[in-house]
Design a protein around this ligand. Sequence first.
Ligand SMILES: *Cc1c(COP(=O)(O)O)cnc(C)c1O
Length: 387
Amino acid sequence: MINYGRQDIRQADVDAVVDVLRSDFLTQGPAVPHFEEQIATRVGAGHAIAVNSATSALHIACLALDLGPGDVLWTVPNTFIASANAARYCGADVDFVDIDADTWNMSVPELEAKLAAAASENRLPKVVVPVHFAGQPTDQEAIWDLAREYGFRVLEDASHAVGASRNGEPAGSTRWSDIAIFSFHPVKIISTGEGGMALTCDEVLADRMRALRNHGIIRDASRFRNESPGPWYYEQQMLGFNYRLTDIQAALGASQLGRLDEYVARRNALADRYDQALADLPLRLPFVRPENVSAYHLYVVRLRLGEMAKTHRQVFEELRDNGIGANLHYTPVHLQPYYRDLGFTDGQLPEAEAYGDDAITIPLYPTLTEEQQDQVVSALEKILDRH
Ligand SMILES: *Cc1c(COP(=O)(O)O)cnc(C)c1O
């Protein structure tokens, strides 16, 4: 089976991990701050806080932004459930903004209309979470302008977008947001096994997130509330968690980061090759705006179901039967039973629902060979009767 995504591990990665295994610190050693520094420098954010998953990054980011009971977080339905669940961890409510028909990212006109309606009902969101779907940045400048106008905070879910840029600005720089988060799950652009990062240019938010990932502990004596009784002393000033990344993982991440440009270039080259090979099939292909460089975490095609005899499900099953690990990113989050139980129903977010009815993710990852890619194309041609 050719999976839709997979990691690339080389000898240098293995060596970097083994070096840590033989060192004094498996966790809380020097590899984590080193990795944070490298990521912060690479994307141009002031602070990078490494954590054990992007889900944890979303959680501490929401807490740092003071999201709590009575507040509302808005995100898109076309995302991994974690973007929405973060609000629920904090006791806040979730609502969804529909996606743009071309980029499949958060629709700015939809956001604007929903904000105007929410303002009149006094139910504005505290935090808005745009998701850089498939690695293409959202229209961040416009969302940031709306944040200034309506007074909400912006948390970018850049899980897919490590290495992406918009108008030359790297995703994760937080130029047009308060906090951005990355994921280092093995299917993402670079991997630490499990892992994530929160990025911000705001020192107060950075300090809070650093404490929240480590039980709420403060070690900087100048910020103690009690008088320090001695050099062993630390203070817990809030309720935090153990969301730390290990040094083993950080060493893997730093080693992988050295190949980020190579990965993004390779993903884009393979995406271009799909664009050409699939152009004559009854499919809608990904659209990347000229101001964006996509990290191409995913390559998604949408079936023109009106032009074919087969159903979405049939095409899926036939791809799997042909050894192609097709997937769906994503079933609209508001239609998950957990969110239906909170009152969401079909028909509320038509663009994302239409997307969920005809989208298919086909394999794309740096070590995918052209022969494997040709196998994917042939399978699609056969299944869609265009041999
Ligand atoms: C993968 C992903 C996450 C969660 O990442 P983990 O590191 O697995 O916790 C969150 N949001 C989006 C959009 C993702 O794709």
